[in-house]
Design a protein around this ligand. Sequence first.
Ligand code: SAH
Ligand code: SF4
Ligand code: F3S
Length: 469
Amino acid sequence: MKRLEVLELPAEEIAHQKALMHEFAAMENRPHTYCVVTYGCQMNAHDSEKLEGMLTEMGMTKAESRETADFVIFNTCCVRDNAQRRALGNVVWLKELKKERPELMVAVCGCMMQQKGMGEQILRQYPFVDLAFGTHNLYRFAQLMLQAVKSRCRVVEVLDEDEGSIPEDLPVRRSSPHHAYITIMYGCNNFCSYCIVPYVRGRERSRASARIIEEARALKADGVKEIMLLGQNVNSYGLDVEGEISFAQLLAQLDEVGIERIRFMTSHPKDISDELIDVIANSRHICHALHLPVQHGSNRVLVSMNRRYTREQYLARVAAIREKVPDMSLTTDLIVGYPGETEEEFEDTCSLVEAVGYDSAFTFIYSPRIGTRAADMPDQIPEEVSSRRIQKLIAVQKAITHRNYAAYVGQVHEVLVDEASRRDAHQMAGKNAYNITVNFPGSHDLIGQIVRVKITSAGESTLRGEKID
Ligand code: SAH
Ligand code: SF4
Ligand code: F3S
């Protein structure tokens, strides 16, 4: 069902929150330095930039380290068990620090908090956590902080919303002067059988295209060279709102804004339209790099995962992309050890990886998430079997990466220079349009610029080259 309008929060609510940020800034007995610890995907990284934006408005400054901060906030992920365990492990570590410095304030937010029963669990098992909230009420952070500091009581607020409203105009503190994230949609409607994201991020909600374009223009004026459009499934952008433009049209309009590089993630293979491929092929600024998570190579598993494409359909989309954009660099996500996965089905994933020839891939061992369909399926795969399979899959992909990267040698790539190498101040590191790290000898004044680099050799996960004029 389409909604008639974008689900924006009223401007008065954001104005109210901003007033509370300033009220907080004017307080005397409040924390002064902060540290934001982020887990998970780019969506969370961008949420952390919003937290830092609000913290700055609240008169706080970034601490030198986690150990010295007056306020530490963990923005958590729960997509796999190890992500969640790592976050909780670090929260517990702060318990010791708090014994030494009782004035230290600790907060937990993000996807993990949005899981059923987590609010109660935090109250019960983590008494040293002062503040906890979820993904739907991030914009109320200043209000919750104010409440916690004023009352000196613990504050836990998790909203059980499927359709959280979209907060516009929150302050953002970008982590880089020349890269920027732009959220184009929130939530996910796909309910892949293994995945917790739809439960913790709610249903799909697109931002107004006019807002997105306005934001891109402002970023360009601010000197940003590269934008990354964010959504769990960007290809279904706009489909939830009556009269909104499609993702392909949005990309075409953003291309006109003139920012040097446009990237986006994540694309669901079921929705990669011909229109979208054409827009990429005809654009000036959309990078020829596409993250197209396939998850698995077996049709039985794909059906069970509720991915809604077959291996053959996926390969046909890849062929269509390569026909129109021959140099498209493809990357993917892969899961091994999905319930019931046979040796043969696992081999199907390996052969699909060979058939596509990805530049690189993220490989994950399936991790059961409570409340998802796959968690209750029979034939959960033992850890030893999954470990052996993932090792093999990593080796298969490594050989392909090696082959693909070797083929880049001799080409000239445009590289957006990010930083000096940590090991050698005369070595610069940046990303080419394919999103691969390129190292080359150069000077600091190149940082933030796009330069031409001739690729001279390929490493395991990076390229090396020489700047040309
Ligand atoms: N929306 C994106 C990805 C979100 S999560 C998409 O659809 O592609 C990022 C990746 O984590 C997924 O692509 C998947 O490979 C992996 N993942 C998600 N749930 C998982 C689970 N329960 N166990 C292992 N990997 C998982
Ligand atoms: Fe999870 Fe699937 Fe949605 Fe991606 S598309 S976030 S894998 S449910
Ligand atoms: Fe993790 Fe939430 Fe992203 S569960 S992967 S941080 S959307």
